[in-house]
Design a protein. Sequence first.
Length: 69
Amino acid sequence: MNPESPATPSSRDLLSPGLQQRASHRFTITMPDCVYRRLLQRADVEGRSSSNLAAFLLEKALSAGLPDC
């Protein structure tokens, strides 16, 4: 854990195998309006929430060529 804030895990802690399996995390990002509109449109076409689609796309991009979490 991070010594400055014991309740907040460090980046290294979050990458440990034990925590990967246990938790989902929420955060906020800023994106260009055109990207946001494309995300909303694709989410609508696929019948899913924009949050779910964004998480799926991010996970897919980050795990390309790597083992699944």
